[in-house]
Design a binder for this molecule. Structure first.
Ligand SMILES: [Zn+2]
Length: 434
């Protein structure tokens, strides 16, 4: 396939216009300046994409999500966090079957593909339902069940263990599209012995770790009271960060936490919409970056966002940093793009993607810059995280395969998906109200 006469953006954020980008199989074969008229041979090629007025970017890596939570989108608005979780979300989730999780995942993945996301890092339960959706749709994912438990929990006897073991086998047969992770839900939903057990399991089985870290002031301060140390120090001492880890939120990290996270190569994931909507607070991403910590962006679940739109998330991250530090130079387009693409790929352990360069995997998105809100156009690159929104994404490609183009999904029957998520919603509400 040839993207003909298209603008591209480099990891430095600089735009190059009038380029030809050739895809060969799953990889980017070449990127060259075009002489903007199609040759006769190119006109006969059926896979030539007219890129005029469009920007080709590396696809987004959504580095923290709970993808089946699309099923609870809008369920329990205008409630305080405790009531939202304990009165709405947990009772609803307790009723979900693997099949329900599959339908919620299909909807979430459709929304991600619709908005240029090529891979996501997820934490949920009944994760074989998510695996099935990932395999059918063609997206990439790092999947895990978030472990919770107390002093009576034996790791090998949990649903977590069963699902994680199964996911390791499933991932082996996924051509590298799915990576099995170990994940711990959080410090406050576990106990030290369990943290040690999951850390040992991850190390022995060579798995990456995923965890919620210092998301609320309450959990952060309570850990200090209970254990005399911050969650970061607590996890460090228990060995949780001995394997490559992505930690989500990290709003309340402080003092030595920064150096501990950097020295152990922990990636932090920023989710400004969720942090704001559920009133958790404001993460200081500039300090993360200044301490040399790898920064990534995620959407969190659709229950607390409420969308899975990475363009909105990156734009919000940019504007918040500008406002908090009163510095309009935070962050450059190149940095923002790196947070949302290459850094996410590296956090997932995918060295061969996340960059728009020959030899890298063709995990890409096309943003159509012809809409009214781009006019008049000065620069494609700097318009990405200022003017663009999810509906401007015209095409999403994973491993050289087009999964979304101009309103159509190539692997998803979206009407069937929507019919089924309504069916699941109505079934669960009937059960809850019985
Ligand atoms: Zn989360």
């Amino acid at each position: 396939m040839l993207f003909h006469n298209i603008a591209i953006i480099g990891s430095d954020g600089k735009t190059k216009k009038n380029m030809n980008v050739r895809i060969d199989g799953a990889f980017i074969a070449s990127i060259e300046p075009c002489n903007c008229d199609l040759t006769d041979a190119q006109k006969r090629e059926k896979d030539v994409y007219d890129g005029s007025g469009k920007l080709l970017i590396p696809g987004f890596f959504n580095n923290h999500s709970h993808v089946p939570m699309t099923l609870t989108r809008g369920y329990g608005e205008e409630l305080a966090l405790e009531d939202w979780l304990y009165k709405r979300i947990f009772p609803f989730e307790a009723l979900l079957t693997e099949e329900d999780v599959y339908w919620g995942s299909m909807l979430g993945i459709a929304e991600m593909l619709r908005s240029g996301t090529v891979s996501f890092t997820d934490m949920y339960m009944r994760i074989q339902g998510i695996f099935r959706a990932v395999m059918e749709t063609g997206i990439k994912a790092s999947l895990s069940n978030g472990l919770t438990g107390d002093d009576t929990t034996v790791l090998e006897e949990t649903a977590w263990y069963r699902e994680t073991e199964q996911m390791r086998r499933d991932a082996e047969a996924s051509d590298g599209r799915v990576i099995a992770n170990a994940s711990l839900h959080a410090q406050y939903t576990s106990v030290p012995a369990l943290v040690r057990a999951i850390a040992d399991y991850a190390r022995e089985n060579n798995l990456r770790m995923h965890v919620h870290l210092s998301e609320t002031e309450h959990e952060h301060e309570q850990c200090k009271e209970l254990h005399g140390k911050t969650p970061t120090t607590y996890f460090t001492e228990l060995g949780l960060f001995d394997v490559p880890t992505t930690a989500a939120h990290a709003i309340y990290i402080e003092g030595e936490d920064y150096d501990l996270l950097r020295d152990q190569g922990v990636t932090l994931c920023h989710m400004p919409s969720s942090n704001l909507k559920i009133g958790s607070g404001l993460a200081d991403v500039k300090s993360w970056r200044d301490h040399g910590i790898r920064v990534t962006i995620g959407t969190d679940g659709a229950g607390s966002n409420n969308n899975l739109d990475m363009i909105e998330e990156v734009t919000l991250a940019s504007y918040l940093a500008k406002g908090i530090h009163r510095d309009p130079l935070l962050f450059s387009t190149g940095e923002l793009l790196t947070f949302a693409t290459r850094n996410g790929a590296l956090a997932q352990g995918r060295e061969d993607t996340g960059l728009l360069e020959p030899g890298f995997r063709a995990d890409l998105a096309v943003v159509d810059m012809n809409a009214l809100h781009f006019q008049p156009m000065y620069d494609y690159g700097t318009s990405l995280f200022t003017n663009a929104n999810a509906s401007d994404v015209a095409l999403t490609m994973v491993d050289g395969r087009i999964l979304y183009r101009d309103g159509e999904f190539t692997t998803i029957d979206i009407e069937k998906v929507i019919w089924n998520v309504y069916r699941v919603r109505d079934e669960k509400l009937a059960q809850l109200n019985a």
